[in-house]
Design a protein around this ligand. Structure first.
Ligand SMILES: [Zn+2]
Ligand SMILES: [Zn+2]
Length: 432
């Protein structure tokens, strides 16, 4: 991987193939296919399914991939679908990933294909909506699969199409998403050398591609802290140990980990306590207080350090008052890490496909993505694609996961071309 770009440049000189070899052809194919991709997207949008329940979506994808003559595996990671396209020429193996799940959100957008689907989620009646744009991901990757299958004889290697369930998180008590697909061997047989993912964005103008090398999206770890004191009468705190005041000190102590002990010029970090519970009435100092929160980090080393500092800070603050504290940091999602070499090599591809001015280096985000589980195993690149109508003010565009979330479909063709060219250019660059 180290000299990917150099190898690529050398190959352009030495062989008939080179990065960008097929761009014009792919553009023509994607243009012809635009209406069809939009049609798929509208069908999916009108028929959203929740995480780990993507049965109809998976069936539609599997049928499409089978019709393209691919080897298709279903029920990978519960409802996931994997298509394997073995090209006519030898080479490496590259994967393209789309996530398939919708969200328990009731759609409020006035479009003819708005979702009217309702369900019961964790005991609550709710609408179901593709409020994160995963419908566009599925449609775009179906388009890329069709183009690549059509040029199979010229593909120098193997392309694995990963249609993944439950990116938004499996229901409580269930496994799912990228982690489960990786566990079930989606990156083995054939062994995948690199992976690409695209996320549509409602606040990025149509036509733009945004990316960041290194940590692009945060690692998320759920935090549970239990402070144990000694229960007593509220009028005589000295006869017990008060876990409420200890918890207050802990919350402030956690914030000084970020502000005083973290190298913030390297990457951002966030610790938030979202819930605190303890006690029953005004004049009883309770036995125990529980706090839950979230930790966001963008660098694996900083993540380890911050977790260690949290443990140290919490237990020592508790100890200082004669209380004890338990800290539980759950596994969560890793940092979504864009391999620097791969990102650099694909910069040229993005610029050629979207236009130089439309490829924007962006800042890291403290949101998380389970694409990180693939990128933890093999070099990966995850980019954001414009889905906001041209000329709209991003501040006015509805955020993801909200009832007014809206995607301008004219951005999809670029996504189809990006997926296709990422695969082709990677295989061409790595060809030897
Ligand atoms: Zn989402
Ligand atoms: Zn999403």
């Amino acid at each position: 991987m180290k000299n990917l770009l150099a190898i690529g440049l050398c190959l352009i000189g030495l062989t008939l193939f080179g990065q960008g070899e097929f761009q014009a052809f792919v553009h023509e194919q994607a243009t012809q296919m635009e209406d069809k991709v939009i049609e798929w997207r509208r069908y999916l949008h009108e028929h959203p399914e929740l995480s780990n329940r993507e049965f109809e979506t998976a069936a539609m994808v599997a049928k499409h991939l089978q019709a393209l003559g691919m080897e298709v595996r279903t029920e990978v990671g519960l409802t996931g679908v994997v298509g394997i396209l073995r090209g006519g020429k030898p080479g490496k193996t590259v994967a393209l990933r789309a996530d398939m799940d919708g969200l328990p959100v009731t759609e409020r957008v006035d479009i003819p294909f708005a979702s009217k689907v309702t369900t019961t989620f964790l005991g609550q009646e709710t609408g179901v909506m593709h409020a994160c744009g995963h419908d566009t991901h599925v449609a775009m990757l179906m388009g890329a699969a069709e183009i690549l299958a059509g040029m199979k004889a010229d593909v120098p290697g193997t392309v694995v199409f990963i249609f993944q369930p439950a990116e938004e998180g499996a229901p409580p008590g269930e496994e799912g998403g990228a982690e489960l697909m990786v566990k079930e061997g989606v990156l083995k047989e054939p062994a995948v050398d690199a992976i690409f993912g695209i996320h549509i964005n409602s606040k990025t103008p149509v036509g733009e591609v945004r990316f960041k090398p290194g940590g692009a999206l945060a690692a998320v770890n759920r935090l549970v802290i239990r402070v144990k004191g000694k229960q007593t009468h509220g009028s005589t705190p000295w006869t017990g140990v008060d876990p409420v005041t200890v918890s207050a000190q802990i919350i402030l102590g956690l914030q000084t980990i970020v502000s005083r002990q973290t190298e913030l010029t390297k990457e951002a970090a966030v610790i938030s306590i979202g819930k605190i519970t303890g006690g029953v009435r005004s004049n009883i100092i309770p036995e125990e207080v529980e706090m839950i929160g979230t930790i966001r980090t963008l660098d694996p080393e900083m993540q380890r350090e911050i977790h260690e500092r949290i443990r140290r800070t919490v237990t020592h603050i508790a100890e200082a008052s004669g209380a004890t504290a338990e800290v539980e940091i759950e596994k969560g999602y890793p940092v979504t890490y864009n391999d620097p070499e791969l990102t650099r090599a694909m910069g040229k591809t993005m610029q050629a496909v979207a236009g130089v001015d439309n490829v924007v280096l962006t800042r890291a985000r403290t949101g998380a993505e389970d694409f990180s589980f693939y990128a933890e195993e093999i070099p990966g690149l995850f980019v954001f694609l414009g889905g906001m109508p041209a000329g709209q003010d991003p501040a006015e565009a509805a955020p993801h996961h909200t009832p007014d979330f809206y995607i301008d479909e004219s951005g999809l063709q670029l996504g189809v071309e990006l997926y296709t060219n990422f695969a082709l250019d990677y295989l061409l660059l790595m060809n030897d």
